[in-house]
Ligand binder design. Sequence first.
Ligand SMILES: [Cu+2]
Length: 183
Amino acid sequence: MSELELTRRTALGLVGTTAAATGLTTATAAQDTESDEPTDDDGQADGETDRRPIILAGRSEYWYGIAPEEIEGEENPTLSLEAGETYDLVWINVDGAEHELIVESDAGEELAVSDESETAGETVSMTFEASEDAAEYYCEYHPDAMRGTVELNGGFDLSSHGHDEHGHDHDGNGQSNGGDGGY
Ligand SMILES: [Cu+2]
């Protein structure tokens, strides 16, 4: 088994644990609230993203893409974002070395900084707005090896109600309706 495959298996295993522990599966969480939610809005609280997180695994040799599908299995994947949108990013410390994720601008300005971790299996969550001058992301401690590009080209599809290959948005308004039957 290749080293890459080992990383992938380890990371996917950790992601499963993380999702269960922290409620990353926002679609499930949204449905849990439908019975006690007032009926006069769409149930989306301010300041919360309705997107699934971007998930990376951190190891000293590279960041490794876990989700969304577009980056799964890629080393130092390019992060496709839309300027001005808010993103959740989760990274998993795979090798127990010290890591910290920083998003920087063309000019080298730090736009977003995650917590650091030096514990294998630990997950670090961050929320950041995709600034118009975001250009790269890197690890504070492995800035050469662990570095990738940020592209502001419309962004990944991170909508929380599934990622079916074919459309299923019957009401056509393009909005998440959380769990049907909320009215
Ligand atoms: Cu690092």
